[in-house]
Design a protein around this ligand. Structure first.
Ligand code: S3P
Length: 173
């Protein structure tokens, strides 16, 4: 029985790599954000807006505990998931955690173009976005570093890069 949790900052490639990796390893793929959205019939942005971040984090914890009991799954978590409550301990207890590590500069480049669906980044761009990511990542890094595997996922420009990263990970998991 295999259970893998992909963790890392927003824009690290958890969903993109997760889908391919799950396929390579013959595991079911679960994206925790989509799982939450399906269960609550609300987008993550709506949950943030209607209930606030504290309530979202409680929902996220509850849903994480649920999927952490599924067998033969690869779970792609939200960027904040490992950093609240006992979530990181739960993931380390229940399966193998993999941190996709990407630099602040690269994250900022990726997130500048796809931040609309991420309420945490709302209204931030340019220099302000870079500063926010740098500060936020510094706070989150101690949680991410508790992962069983830390994997550099900086180069993800092309489809070939994504395949290469997924294959390298599949070989060690
Ligand atoms: C968040 C990351 C998002 C989502 C929510 C909060 C965060 O997931 O869970 O918007 O606090 O980093 P992704 O990392 O999949 O974007």
């Amino acid at each position: 029985m295999k259970r893998i949790f992909l963790i890392g900052y927003m824009g690290a490639g958890k969903t993109t790599v997760g889908k391919i990796l799950a396929n390579l390893l013959g595991l079911s793929f679960i994206d925790l954000d989509y799982y939450i959205e399906g269960r609550y019939h609300r987008t993550v942005s709506q949950l943030f807006a209607e209930k606030g971040e504290d309530d979202f984090r409680m929902i996220e914890r509850k849903m994480l505990h649920e999927v952490a009991d599924f067998e033969n799954v690869l779970v792609s978590t939200g960027g904040g998931t490992p950093c609240f409550f006992d979530n990181m301990e739960v993931m380390n207890e229940k399966g193998k955690t993999v941190y996709l590590k990407v630099s602040v500069e690269e994250l900022a480049n990726r997130l500048e173009v796809c931040k609309a669906t991420r309420p945490v980044l709302k209204g931030r761009s340019g220099e302000e976005l870079i500063c926010f990511i740098a500060e936020n990542l510094e706070k989150r890094e101690p949680f991410y570093q508790q992962a069983a595997v830390v994997f550099e996922a900086e180069d993800m420009m092309t489809e070939q890069d994504v395949q290469h990263i997924s294959q390298s990970l599949a070989a060690i998991l």
